[in-house]
Design a protein around this ligand. Structure first.
Ligand code: DTB
Length: 314
């Protein structure tokens, strides 16, 4: 893997003249990927809301003022139907989320069973379940899980402004445990929570300097959820967002950089610049977890205009 990168070097890359940065990022992108291929994932919330964590960005925290859209665990039939539809619509990966700090034994058994069934459809699987025990990590591997999503969200310095119910080290420990078990990690963050460009650079340096950088790096643009502490935070500048994508591509040349939440409020041209800067993955489907995603017909049209094609599973 690449050598460790210092914060100062990474900040220097982030601040390169915009077109130089884009050119450099795109060159690295083309050296490592077919730049016409986009990996597509579909997201499904298995259990929604009522979460004991206090993430300031999240619709699902019971601690945020909002009456979270609470939804108990959905049935396996409903999951399988959604997975089948995702596959038909071109997704290669099906990502499932469960609200909460960590899964109960019963919830965990259910998720393992669902992972096996979704895999049998020929889809890759990803789950995000919060903190895990060693035993649970082992069982996820046995169930055939491909990816575990566990975002670092932001820089270590800014972390406590966003979440106080856990530390970034807790997150890094889970990531290490998951990687040691041979499961790929999906870990990225959210841009536009009031953090500085330096925080964005620090977050990416932290991910790039992990013993194994995450194979999947979601970069979300904050979706401002009413009644959360971040509902009125100023918008992130589009150029700074694109620079963040470009830096992710340069620091993690062989990872999939996912243009994640917030895409539905981005123009096609903005998304085009993100893809040019090195994003090569996105979520497809009408909904993310609680908020709308860019509609599928619109995505199909957009991809067609840019001659982009969906990447198939290996
Ligand atoms: C990630 O980085 N983004 C996804 C996924 N990982 C789990 C979640 C996006 C959620 C957007 C807000 C919502 O739907 O509530």
């Amino acid at each position: 893997m690449a050598e460790k990168i210092s914060f100062n070097d990474a900040l220097g890359i982030f601040n390169r003249p915009f077109f130089t940065l884009l050119y450099d990022a795109h060159t690295i992108h083309r050296n490592n990927f077919d730049e016409q291929l986009i990996q597509i994932s579909t997201l499904l919330s298995l259990k929604t809301g009522g979460c004991s964590e206090d993430c300031a960005y999240c619709a699902q925290s019971a601690k945020n003022g909002r009456k979270a859209p609470k939804q108990p665990m959905i049935s396996k039939d409903t999951v399988m139907e959604a997975a089948q539809k995702a596959k038909e619509n071109g997704s290669s990966r099906f990502c499932m989320s469960m609200s909460g700090r960590s899964p109960s034994d019963e919830e965990f058994e259910y998720v393992c069973d669902v992972i096996k069934s979704v895999k049998s459809l020929g889809l890759e699987t990803c789950v995000t379940l919060g903190f895990l025990s060693h035993d649970q990590v082992k069982k996820l591997k046995e169930a055939g899980l491909d990816y575990y999503n566990h975002n670092v969200d932001t820089s270590a310095d800014f972390y406590q402004n966003i979440v106080t119910t856990r530390s970034i080290d807790d997150r890094l420990n889970t990531i290490e445990m998951v990687q040691n078990a041979g499961i790929n990690v999906c870990s990225g963050g959210i841009i536009g929570m009031g953090e500085t460009n330096e925080d964005r650079v620090k977050m990416l340096v932290m991910l790039a300097n992990l013993p194994t950088p995450p194979l999947s790096v979601p970069i979300n643009r904050l979706v401002k959820i009413p009644c959360t502490p971040l509902e009125n935070v100023p918008d992130v500048d589009n150029f700074d967002f694109i620079r963040t994508i470009a830096l992710a591509r340069i620091l993690m040349p062989t990872s999939y950089v996912r243009l994640s939440a917030g895409r539905d409020s981005m123009s096609e041209e903005m998304q085009a610049l993100c893809f040019f800067a090195g994003a090569n993955s996105m979520f497809s489907g009408d909904k993310l977890l609680t908020v709308p995603n860019a509609p599928l017909p619109q995505d199909i049209t957009m991809m067609h205009k840019m001659n982009l094609k969906e990447a198939m599973c290996a």
